[in-house]
Design a protein around this ligand. Structure first.
Ligand code: SF4
Length: 280
């Protein structure tokens, strides 16, 4: 890539040739047989991203958020691996655990779309698509083919754009994510709004989500980073809360506050907590 292009985009791209794509579902993803990451690295570069503390990031020389590895020949590899896995038993896939499948590079590279094409042709028992990007709308045609074997989980950690900007300046606007949930639901694609992690939000948040989703998953740093909050603590996120004058939101009680607001608006069974909310 030209240096000027890197500067304009804010991240560098590299081509990689993985030996496998389907990884065993472990830890937080034990409810899944496999996880699937079309890319490694993620240019959204959220401040609180726990992947920063994982080997994929720690062993990379460049800072998390500034690089993306584009997996080459991914569709052909998945086609083989998926057939092999399905021959052994039920297959449930979480896409993605350590990258966003619809980050900006997907506009041009379309690795995720190529994988979804394979999945639509030879469907697993279940696919969860985890993203915070409105680009997932582009693939409504493929998602529709999966009928009730798919759910799109859209991260909406707050309804306050200034809070989003403080924690995840490179991530898509909140309004675009809410609109995307609305469009997916109108296309009969199962969805959920995912508040993960819980960030400071307004009292109206639950109502805004109820207008576009009938299922919500809520998770926080203390339940959901795979280490009881230790990984997040190492990232020094608490200082950001203090800088914003909102230290009380960096506490397990913040989850309880948002949970209570949600259960006033959503019906019983529509609000799922932590791992349960991501399960197939
Ligand atoms: S979108 Fe997800 S994977 Fe990407 S930086 Fe943010 S939290 Fe990490």
């Amino acid at each position: 890539m030209e240096a000027s292009e890197v500067k304009k985009m804010g991240y560098e791209c590299f081509a990689t040739y993985p030996k496998s794509l389907l990884n065993k579902g472990t830890g937080f993803l034990t409810d899944y047989t496999h996880s699937l990451n079309p890319y490694s690295g993620c240019s959204f570069g959220c401040t609180y991203c726990y992947v920063r503390q994982m080997p994929v990031s720690l062993f990379h020389k460049k800072e998390w958020g500034t690089w993306v590895n584009i997996k080459q020949e991914a569709a052909a590899l998945l086609r083989k691996e998926l057939a092999r896995a399905k021959a052994k038993g039920p297959v449930t896939i979480f896409m993605s655990s350590s990258t966003d499948p619809y980050q900006p590079v997907e506009y041009s590279e379309q690795v995720t779309r190529s994988l979804l094409t394979v999945i639509a042709e030879d469907p697993p028992d279940f696919l969860l698509v985890q993203t915070r990007s409105p680009l997932v709308r582009r693939d409504i045609d493929l998602l529709q083919e999966l009928k009730d074997r798919v759910r799109v989980s859209m991260t909406v950690e707050t309804d306050l754009e200034e809070i989003k900007r403080a924690f995840t300046p490179n991530a898509p606007p909140i309004a675009a994510r809410l609109k995307t949930l609305e469009l997916l639901a109108a296309a009969d694609i199962p969805t959920q709004a995912t508040i993960a992690p819980v960030l400071p939000s307004s009292e109206a948040f639950a109502h805004k989500l109820r207008a576009v989703a009938d299922r919500v998953c809520i998770d926080d740093f203390f339940m959901g980073d795979g280490s009881g909050g230790k990984r997040t603590k190492k990232l020094g996120i608490s200082s950001l809360y203090e800088k914003l004058g909102l230290p009380e939101w960096y506490d397990p009680s913040a989850y309880q506050l948002v949970y209570d607001r949600l259960t006033e608006v959503f019906a019983p069974g529509q609000v799922l907590v932590s791992q349960k909310g991501f399960a197939p």
